[in-house]
Write a protein of this length. Structure first.
Length: 430
């Protein structure tokens, strides 16, 4: 009871000033070991990507989506029908995710809100006794990722990052081939992403739409007046809330690259590029190349284009070894080549979306929070590659990093971007 009161006191001080809703004491639902059919109740936060996730969770056997939450009332209400169409009972449409944390029937929070919410919501959910499925990138900045690991360990919660290719059978097989030495020692991995996004436009102050709780949308971020070119999606291209294309989509491929090479933290990071196509207020680059060097002479690169769709989608991430190469397909599966670039083997597959969710639910049911394919510590390490690439881009400098935790060495200015300033009501604490 003392722990519950302490948690309530902390939340009241840090997050709920002037609000009536708080995080109630919760120990989570108790599941019998190997209870494959045990019901898991979830609440989903953020009805952009979250709408699709709510449908996917609904379709899982023994899983109920009790809440669909969005600070935009119309988006929350529209998601109700999407869950019903997926075959689930009618969920409650709410505007404040803290109602999910207050409900002792809820086992897990699914966080698909904007990036600046990922870590603070996860940390609060762990403290409330909830497991968490958090979308990529798992954090807005490196320090948040470290705190998420601390929160998951402290409260013994399952925290899964939504890099679903970690659960694709075909991709798992391809990575296993690399680890077994199918192409010899793997020394390089290259990855790509291309899209055709339009202009971000100019930032012009505007009235907040009546259906939007903009103050809660901002949440942990220091307050900035509302402008139409940020909500509901283009916040991705402003550092205050987003992490650019590198954090938005690059994290998927970089996660596979790091997994395949069997590396953790880089020792040197560089980034080139910028905003080359449109003359608007977008802050993050639309054209960039990031290089991450690791101990033992290993290299990962990522090339991103936001304003040109030309891309070889089958080469989502390609690995180069002493005896050949192996490419991971974006949609799942892989192609193995010999050292003469002749195809040795080709395996199909899928992205692993449903398998990733099932992996999360199984870890909850079996009370095995570390038995996750994208457990938060792995999620942090992969997300950190994006953060370091963005910091190198923003500072315009090559960075040297510690090989045991990724911290930047000898550059105090760059390390200032390891964390951020927060709105005092929402500053995350473990």
């Amino acid at each position: 009871m003392a722990d519950a009161l302490n948690r309530r006191s902390f939340l009241n001080q840090s997050a709920l000033t002037g609000a009536a809703i708080g995080v109630a004491a919760s120990t989570g639902t108790s599941f019998a070991a190997n209870a494959a059919s045990a019901k898991v109740v979830v609440g989903v936060m953020g009805m952009s990507r979250g709408r699709s996730l709510a449908q996917s969770f609904t379709k899982q056997s023994g899983c109920e989506v009790k809440y669909v939450c969005d600070v935009d009332k119309t988006r929350a209400e529209a998601a109700v029908g999407a869950v019903e169409k997926a075959g689930g009972p009618t969920p409650q449409a709410i505007g404040d995710f803290r109602q999910i944390l207050d409900d002792n029937e809820v086992d897990a929070l699914v966080c698909a809100a904007p990036n600046h919410w990922h870590a603070p919501a996860t940390i609060l959910a762990c403290a409330a006794g909830k497991h968490v499925y958090v979308e990529k990138p798992c954090s807005h900045n490196p320090r948040e990722g470290e705190m998420m690991i601390e929160a998951a360990r402290k409260h013994n919660r399952a925290v899964q990052m939504g890099t679903q290719r970690r659960s694709s059978d075909g991709i798992i097989e391809g990575i296993a081939k690399l680890h077994e030495g199918a192409i010899g020692r793997v020394y390089c991995a290259r990855s790509w992403y291309a899209s055709a996004r339009g202009e971000t436009g100019k930032t012009i102050p505007a009235e907040v739409p009546a259906e939007l709780n903009y103050d809660l949308w901002q949440g942990p971020a220091p307050r900035i007046p509302y402008a139409e070119n940020r909500v509901p999606y283009k916040w991705h291209w402003f550092w205050h809330w987003g992490n650019g294309e590198l954090g938005n989509n690059g994290v998927h491929a970089l996660d596979l690259c790091r997994w395949g090479l069997g590396v953790d933290y880089p020792i040197r990071v560089t980034s080139t590029g910028g905003r080359y196509v449109f003359n608007d207020d977008q802050q993050t680059p639309d054209t960039s190349s990031v290089a991450l060097e690791f101990d033992n002479k290993q290299l990962i690169t990522w090339d991103g284009l936001s304003c040109n769709r030309h891309n070889n989608v089958d080469d989502f991430a390609t690995f180069y070894g002493e005896n050949g190469a192996l490419s991971i397909k974006s949609g799942g599966g892989y192609i193995q080549y010999d050292n003469k670039d002749k195809v040795v083997k080709e395996v199909g597959g899928n992205r692993g979306d449903n398998e990733h969710i099932l992996n999360f639910l199984t870890a909850i049911r079996n009370d095995t929070p570390l038995a996750l394919n994208a457990e938060i510590e792995e999620g942090h390490k992969s997300t950190l590659l994006c953060h370091l690439g963005n910091i190198a881009q923003r500072t315009g400098r090559a960075m040297t990093c510690r090989n045991n935790d990724g911290h930047i060495v000898g550059d105090d200015k760059a390390m200032e971007l390891w964390s951020r300033e927060y709105d005092p009501q929402w500053e995350p604490k473990v």
